[in-house]
Design a protein around this ligand. Sequence first.
Ligand code: ARG
Length: 583
Amino acid sequence: MKKIINLIEEILADAFDNCGYDKKYAKVTLSNRPDLCEFQCNGAMSAAKEYHKAPIMIANDIIPLVKEHSYFSSIEAVNPGFINIKLNPAFLADYVNDMANADKFGCTDIGEGKTIVIDYGGPNVAKPLHIGHLRPAIIGESIKRIKRFSGYNVIGDVHLGDWGYQMGLIIESLKEQHPDIFETASLEECGVTVSVLEEVYPAASKRAKEDEEFAARAHEATYKLQNKNPEYYNLWKKIIDISVTDLKKNYSNLNVDFDLWMGESDAQPYIPDMVEMMKEKGFAYESNGALVVDVAEETDKKEVPPCIIVKSDGAYLYSTTDLATIVQRVQDYKPAQIIYVVDKRQEMHFKQVFRCSKKTGIVSGDTELFFVGFGTMNGADGKPFKTRDGGVMRLEKLIGDATASIYDKIKDRDDMTEDEAASIAKIVGLSAIKYGDLSNQASKDYIFDIDRFCEFEGNTGPYILYTMVRIKSILRKCQLDNAIDSCDYKILPAVSDSERDLQLKLTNLIELVEQACNENAPHKICQYLYDIANSFNGFYHQNNIIKEEDKERQKSFLALIILAYRILKQGIDLLGFDAPDRM
Ligand code: ARG
């Protein structure tokens, strides 16, 4: 559907044209003075310069041509030259009814089926999933859903850190602890579970820093793995299996799922040809024994060092793997965009990789590469979030804490069984964590304050869900809770301010989804849902929906809150969480 703003612009554009002014001045925005009007056009102010006329004269020229238009209940010129617009309630009601009946509420199909690969999550095999992995998973999942809703063909890839020295360290330690490890059919047989693996890595990494002989053996193991020595390679596969099974469980608790479980290892086969190509075409040259590609540009304000492709000892790097992964993605999926949701401290790495891949022709001009860098989750002290004893908080513990906090709030309700309270607490707890994160602009650091995130009032996930539950409960009392997707009541022109406000806010969905999609900005969806929840609650307090005596009016109220519910539900789905029926 066309956005309301665009519909108004079309009418004004004709009027500007008919009065001899350029159509470009007919730009309309949401009003910044909602007490005076709903939309405004400030074009006369800018046109004044071109036509050497007072802005109010221009605005006054326009008004007679549009005054009687059925879209408006009032449109007027005010000093010094603004055009203030209020919609005709009948037009607004028609528009929201159309949204209610349209596919995806009339949101624009901006993706047109184009393919996007989104690289998010990025966990490292055999390292515990901790709070630092929360942001890429939550933000990436939401961006994926927003793009998919907007008509893109989206492929989400977890891009595991499953290659390199880290794996050599683990293999060497396991060999030492279980001399028969190569012979055993399954790791479980030797008692190697995921929790064992998670302890092995930090210990091995620490030891290698002090024990040269061990470090040398770990490098040797890495070398053997990378050359696909069958024993090492098979053991590696088993480690990956255990680790991935556990990761899948963890991500599924977060409502996060990936289409592809590829990793750094999958990029390795593409490296030799890629390096050869870079050398042959003269992009890569030797510098201090390493092979590098220059990626600095004249306009750089800060130095952008060359992208290192092969180290002086012949080893490949993080950048080599990322470049080869682009080769693979372009070959297999021909994406229009590749989006990386990664810690913003890796910005320079991606700048080098993107420039190098464009310069060497790994991606053509029409594949766009985006880096969505996210900020750090801090504790109340403004430093990176830690547990009370100073450790890194595991994801399971974090989800457990949020669930417990919600459970405490609802456990004493006598109309709920313990099981029901527990399952509701899980759903609401997840909303608290996800909304708490997503409501901040991704690139900003933010304070992780689980107590605040779990509150039922204020700009929180539970507040959004609480609003949905409230709507559900009204519908239940009117025997409509099972008719949310099939109710054919019509929304009538609004008579009260709060009703009008809710109708108007609902129409903003189309614009907001488009912005969130184009700007990779889930926080805009949060802000929108918060607005809708506030508008609904205003409406709810001003009108007694259940006791409304005028039955036609009551049906219209119900149709309106059903639409609000459906839009909230769509919105939380874009953020990656669900709503309970009660709470
Ligand atoms: N595993 C990496 C890390 O822990 C993140 C991977 C991000 N994606 C990528 N294509 N580099 O930092």
